[in-house]
Design a protein around this ligand. Structure first.
Ligand SMILES: *Cc1c(COP(=O)(O)O)cnc(C)c1O
Length: 402
């Protein structure tokens, strides 16, 4: 029985996976049942922030697993309170709400801002401002807010009151944000959209316009958060404090969890009964997230991200000097993008397959960009070996295109 083929017999066809079926992993190396080894530059799409099978995360999970798995939000549990306190102390935010995924965090941010605006300013203040090419998840409100029509249009009718502007278009913001704007949401680095960082000027102007019109400013840090960019959260790079951040992916190091962190002024935005989620604050998830933050929110790990950034970017540039596949290599911390040049436009996904054949797992971001988002603590030897394999993959790729 081939498990990859069996999968298609039972699942809805939403994903189109590759053939490699990992059985287990150690750090940044994954193995299938035949012992085939793949170096992991993908980390389960920026999720396994400390690699696979980190001993401290295993201990956190096992310890809690022997106590209680779930309680619901009728009762408080200790791990969720520790987690909330930690997140508040480590950031500029004052209150949190826990949920289970990135899209649920974004959904919570949008709903909170709408309700806050309605209660404090009236029902006309409901406009959501977002940006083309952004990605905010797949629930209907979040996917409609995201800036890629191809993900939302087939699910119409979509929620109303959402408008899109051009990312990094500073001058466009004057026409976009007005007194009816409830919330402006952006990724600090458009990740799925091709690894495009926001400019300093854009972020500052967003803050100014939101202040001017009493609009909530939210950063979707689902991918950029929890050390991914070399700061605990990417807003720190800009010195611009949003009113809300959405966080998920790396927060649980592979265990599903999401959250919004909000400023004090939004603390009464929901109130009892207006929002909730069964698994939010789950003690297993909270225990693991506590362990993740204890490790990631250290100088050692965050500075290590910067160091690894340089190893990846220098390595990719060196390969590209020989092979001339990419027109641009960019990114922040360990969120790195390499844009294919015109000759190979549209083929970023094909390259993933070439990589897996050679024993290295990379991702794409849009059709034209190779994305690298490894564990924040990937060993330097794995970076070197993975890049060596990636060069072979690129050579295979080029030879099939000749
Ligand atoms: C992945 C991602 C999401 C969606 O997260 P899910 O956990 O898949 O719901 C939202 N926003 C950004 C920026 C993301 O990268």
């Amino acid at each position: 029985m081939n498990i990859r083929e069996e999968y298609d017999n039972y699942f809805l066809g939403t994903y189109n996976q590759f053939g490699f079926v990992p059985d287990y992993g150690v750090g940044s190396r994954l193995y299938d049942k035949n012992g085939f080894e793949v170096i992991d530059f993908a980390a389960g799409i920026a999720v396994n922030s400390l690699g696979v099978a980190h001993p401290k995360l295993i201990t956190a999970l096992e310890t809690q697993a022997k106590k209680v798995w779930h309680l619901s939000n009728s009762l408080v549990n200790e791990p969720e309170v520790h987690l909330a306190k930690k997140l508040v102390e480590l950031t500029c935010f004052d209150k949190i709400f826990l949920c289970n995924s990135g899209t649920e965090a974004v959904e919570s941010a949008l709903k909170l801002a709408r309700r806050y605006a309605r209660i404090n300013f009236g029902p006309q203040k409901n406009k959501v401002v977002a940006f083309y090419n952004s990605f905010h998840g797949r629930t209907l409100f979040a996917v409609s807010t995201g800036g890629q029509k191809k993900y939302s249009e087939d699910f119409a009718p979509l929620p109303s009151g959402i408008v899109h502007g051009h990312f990094n278009d500073v001058n466009g913001l004057d026409a976009l944000i007005d007194d009816d704007t409830a919330i402006v949401i952006t990724e600090p680095v458009q990740a799925e959209g091709g690894v495009v960082p926001a400019t300093q000027e854009f972020m500052q102007k967003l803050r100014e316009k939101c202040d001017q019109h009493n609009a909530v400013l939210a950063f979707d840090e689902v991918q950029t958060g929890v050390g991914r960019t070399g700061k605990l959260y990417a807003y720190e790079h800009y010195g611009v404090e949003p009113d809300i951040i959405a966080t998920a992916k790396g927060l649980g190091g592979g265990f599903p969890i999401g959250a919004i962190l909000v400023k004090d002024k939004l603390k009464d935005g929901f109130g009892v009964g207006s929002h909730g989620t069964t698994f939010g604050g789950n003690p297993l998830a909270s225990s693991v997230a506590n362990a993740v933050l204890d490790i990631v929110a250290t100088k050692e790990v965050l500075e290590g991200v910067e160091k690894r950034h340089k190893l990846f970017v220098d390595g990719l540039r060196e390969i590209n000097t020989k092979l001339n596949v990419y027109s641009d290599i960019r990114g922040v911390g360990l969120l790195i993008g390499a844009e294919l040049n015109d000759q190979y436009k549209g083929l970023a996904r094909e390259l993933i397959g070439c990589g897996l054949n050679r024993g290295v797992w990379v991702l794409n971001a849009s059709l034209n960009v190779t994305r690298i988002v490894p564990s924040l603590i990937i060993p330097e030897a794995d970076i070197a070996e993975g890049l060596k394999r990636f060069q072979l993959a690129l050579e295979d790729f080029i030879s099939t295109k000749k």
